[in-house]
Design a protein around this ligand. Structure first.
Ligand code: HEC
Ligand code: HEC
Length: 202
């Protein structure tokens, strides 16, 4: 290659690398802006600001991505989250799911249920084999969410939503929750909320 052509090729390669670097910085900036929005409700250190808002820090990536997508396409309905997800691109959702799945689940220090509630919860979780899908420590796995240490009131709300059919983005959970009386859900929520698990989802 003559000297000028080499210089032109080097210049072109340099421009390309700079553009890529700018692109990466823009992506990092966008993720940062987005997580600031999420933190207003899902919390600065993973502790949600409201009792009915779920912990999303440390939830499996595939589960988070499914939920964001479901809110966006209306398969899961929630006034707040549908509005949030509407403006997210596929790349945004992937970056957010990766980011939150890598954070440490917060310890909300929710109290153990009374012995009566514990017995009522055991009767449900053992007969319906919740651990068969949500894993031995309720730590979740891919598309199956972690339940251990989730917000008590959120667990009750979302199980009630499956029970009434308000939430129906996974038919398996709708069928299971419909098979229970509404009064059976509260002890289960109390029990799952009280569980501590420090490991990562598989
Ligand atoms: C104004 C408050 C608010 C903001 C801002 C917000 N969320 Fe949410 N989010 C909620 C509430 C409330 C729910 C529970 C919805 C329900 O009950 O079905 C939720 C549910 C979720 C869920 C489902 C979790 C689960 O366990 O099923 C995910 C994932 C999620 N939000 C991610 C995000 C991300 C990512 C952002 C930022 C881009 C965000 N949220 C911003 C309030 C908010
Ligand atoms: C056949 C597998 C399976 C079994 C058994 C099962 N689950 Fe689930 N569960 C799932 C899947 C998959 C989801 C995620 C649904 C979605 O994508 O919205 C889920 C979601 C949930 C959620 C919502 C969590 C959140 O963050 O919003 C709760 C709560 C829950 N399950 C509780 C239970 C309880 C309690 C039992 C036992 C009574 C149980 N599950 C049994 C597969 C199962």
């Amino acid at each position: 290659m003559p000297g000028n052509a080499v210089r032109a090729a080097i210049a072109a390669a340099f421009v390309m690398t700079s553009l890529l670097a700018v692109g990466e910085r823009a992506a990092a900036q966008t993720l940062n802006d987005l997580t600031q929005t999420c933190a207003a409700c899902h919390g600065e250190a993973g502790v949600p600001t409201e009792k009915t808002t779920p912990v999303i820090w440390g939830q499996p990536r595939a589960y988070l991505l499914n939920q964001l997508n479901d809110f966006k396409i209306g398969r899961r309905k929630n006034e707040i989250m549908s509005g949030v997800a509407e403006s997210l691109s596929k790349q945004d959702m992937e970056a957010l799911a990766t980011y939150y799945s890598q954070q440490q689940w917060p310890d909300l220090q929710q109290p153990a249920p009374s012995p009566e509630d514990r017995a009522a919860a055991d009767a449900v979780v053992n007969s319906l084999n919740c651990r068969g899908c949500h894993q031995a420590n309720y730590q979740g796995d891919t598309v199956r969410p972690r339940l251990a240490g989730q917000q008590d009131e959120y667990l009750l709300k979302t199980m009630t939503d499956f029970h009434t059919g308000e939430r129906r983005n996974y038919i398996g959970m709708v069928v299971l929750m419909k098979s229970l009386d509404e009064a059976q859900l509260k002890p289960v929520a109390n029990y799952l909320a009280s569980l501590r698990y420090n490991g990562r989802p598989k």
